[in-house]
Design a protein around this ligand. Structure first.
Ligand code: F6R
Length: 596
């Protein structure tokens, strides 16, 4: 959470950093700020709200700068206001610093700083003040680096820092510990940033920094140190494409990303077909228990995996959300296979579960969309998804890519354990053609005004449809701020049915024949209380049971989650648009949740 970008190069640094910040806005958009040199002084400009507010502030100044660092904030310590926005500085304005992470011992460190008038409530300012106290304007590069390391060693928690020191008007210093930070390598320019979307337009050459790395970039130099020693790190060329972070003809990134669901599946499958699974296959043969953990949408993808593996392959899976998993002391052993699903590969709760499983010597597998993420360095085996960069906070195409990778894993399980395969790879491949483009179901559009002002909306299903209902409800509540709840059809009578009345709208799903009759009984129960039923199903003969019927394309039942989720994603988007909200940036949220 929070995005940072620093650039050293040509005199359009301010523009470049502002554009970089816009591409990082998905990491947080409570406030933003930049720092740069003005004559020989360090100055900052900050603004509350989206980057465009900061841009407006800077437009009047029309500054030509060659060294700029910027930050977009997701508030953790201190409310969202101008004072708490980054950059932060020391009392003499000789150090300017932006930060992503949390300094856990900041109160202790703050108490140690005497005679300092703190301007903000943030943990970050404490670090800027300590650096200001320790480092003198007259210190040379070597001394600054040593003192920088000394200060870093005092910090507990996580950080990615980009720092300007007044005496070096051609350098940005940086440090990384448990928060993402990479270097973008250019000719006569260099970047330091939270992720590649900040600079993909300018370079595809990337150095992935490791925990404990610190150093500086200048126009022509990249110096990396770890624990006092200069080190070199490999430069990689990333495959990501700038178009992925270009909104194109779409009205929102979410709309664009929903329309890319098919590509996400196709690209993921093409890569997985060439991945060597032999290491994992050996583990599958010998493992005693399978654990799956993740958060939010990724967890919902994991639930479908568990459902199919248990019902179709008779293999038990233990699943819990990462924030619970991490404190449950599950009986993970060296014979366990632990699967972690994370689009970003940076989610703090999921990473802490990886650490737990590693301690227990389990075999750890990560399903992630970001190959340079922390999770890939922690696990024994990576199953990459290739959804492309997902900008919108609400996950859509990445969910489909996760399902794709998980279904591929089910295929691998069946192969190794000589079980009957519930679907073929070609079946999954065929889905990619169906799922491209944005359908914008006309029926869906027509009925939205009927319920858009309801206080609550309900999603109901059985079997795999209950798991889809959970994801449909999450998507809609997340971006439209309408309270949505998902129920398992059979559970309604045990309490939730009392919520249903003649004003209720219930999104119901039926994609499994064997559960259709049971679900229809639940629908009748809700209808008799006056509820309007919006039914999503491939079984057209069920139409008359619904107030509104949304037909789904028919594929193999176990593959229906791929098909059924799309209108639910679109429903969330269309409702949000009708409410005049920005679907890409829901309030209080950020895409990458790097704090607990
Ligand atoms: C919801 C959403 C979140 C993420 C969750 C996990 O639309 O995107 O629920 O799925 O925060 O994030 P990752 O997959 O990056 O670990």
């Amino acid at each position: 959470m929070c995005g940072i970008v620093g650039y050293v190069g040509g005199d359009n640094a301010l523009d470049i950093v502002l554009n970089g910040l816009k591409n990082l806005e998905y990491r947080g958009y409570d406030s933003s700020g930049v720092a740069y040199f003005n004559k020989n002084n360090l100055v900052f400009k900050k603004s509350v709200g989206e980057i465009k507010n900061l841009q407006q502030k800077l437009e009047k100044t029309n500054l030509k700068k060659t060294v700029v660092l910027g930050h977009t904030r997701w508030a953790t310590h201190g409310e969202n206001n101008l004072k708490n926005a980054h950059p932060h500085c020391d009392k003499n304005k000789e150090v300017m610093l932006v930060h992503n992470g949390i300094i856990e011992n900041y109160i202790k460190l703050k108490n140690e700083l005497k005679n300092v008038n703190f301007l903000s409530q943030t943990d970050t300012e404490v670090v800027a003040q300590i650096l200001g106290r320790e480092i003198s304007f007259f210190d040379d590069k070597k001394v600054v680096l040593n003192k920088f390391l000394k200060v870093l060693k005092k910090l507990k928690g996580s950080y990615a820092f980009a720092v300007l020191f007044k005496q070096f008007d051609d350098k940005i210093f940086f440090a990384k510990q448990k928060s993402p930070l990479i270097i973008g390598v250019g000719q006569n320019f260099n970047f330091v940033a939270s992720d590649i979307s900040a600079f993909l337009k300018h370079t595809k050459k990337v150095i992935n920094l490791e925990d404990g790395d610190y150093g500086y970039i200048s126009k022509k130099e990249i110096k990396i140190f770890n624990n006092g020693k200069e080190i070199s790190r490999k430069t990689a060329i990333v495959a990501d494409n700038f178009d992925e972070i270009n909104i194109g003809k779409h009205s929102s990134f979410m709309e664009k990303e929903i329309s890319e669901g098919g590509y996400a599946i196709k690209n993921t499958l093409l890569h997985l077909k060439n991945l060597d699974f032999s290491k994992l296959k050996k583990v599958i043969k010998g493992c005693d228990k399978i654990f799956v953990t993740a958060c939010g949408t990724a967890l919902h993808a994991g639930m479908i995996f568990k459902y199919i593996l248990e019902t179709k392959c008779k293999i038990d899976v233990i699943l819990d959300c990462a924030s619970e998993f991490r404190y449950k002391n599950f009986l993970v052993t060296k014979k366990s296979l632990c699967i972690f699903i994370s689009q970003s590969g940076e989610t703090a709760d999921t990473l802490s579960c990886v650490l737990y499983a590693k301690k227990k010597k389990a075999f750890c597998v990560a399903i992630t969309n970001v190959l340079s993420s922390r999770i890939t360095k922690m696990v024994d085996f990576v199953v990459p998804t290739f959804a492309g960069i997902e900008v919108s906070v609400a996950s859509t195409k990445a969910y489909l890519a996760q399902l794709c990778a998980l279904y591929y894993l089910i295929y691998v399980f069946c192969d190794v354990l000589k079980l009957k395969k519930p679907f073929s790879v070609e079946d999954i491949f065929a889905l990619s053609k169906i799922l491209n483009n944005f359908c914008q179901d006309k029926n869906l559009l027509k009925i939205i005004p009927n319920f858009i002002n309801n206080k609550s909306l309900f999603f109901v299903g059985r079997g795999q449809d209950y798991l889809l209902a959970l994801e449909g409800a999450l998507k809609l509540k997340e971006i439209s701020y309408i309270h949505c709840e998902a129920f398992a059809g059979g559970e309604l009578k045990h309490g939730s049915l009392s919520l249903i009345d003649e004003k209720s709208y219930v999104f119901s799903l039926i994609t499994q024949k064997k559960l259709a009759d049971k679900m229809l009984s639940n629908i009748v129960e809700m209808k008799s209380r006056g509820a309007k039923i919006i039914l999503f199903s491939q079984f057209k003969n069920l139409k008359d049971n619904a107030t509104y019927f949304i037909p789904l394309k028919k594929v193999k039942e176990s593959l229906m989650p791929f098909i059924a989720i799309k209108p639910l994603q679109e429903l969330a988007l269309l409702c949000t648009k009708q409410k005049g909200l920005n679907p890409d940036k829901p309030r209080n949220l950020a895409k990458s949740v790097t704090v607990e």
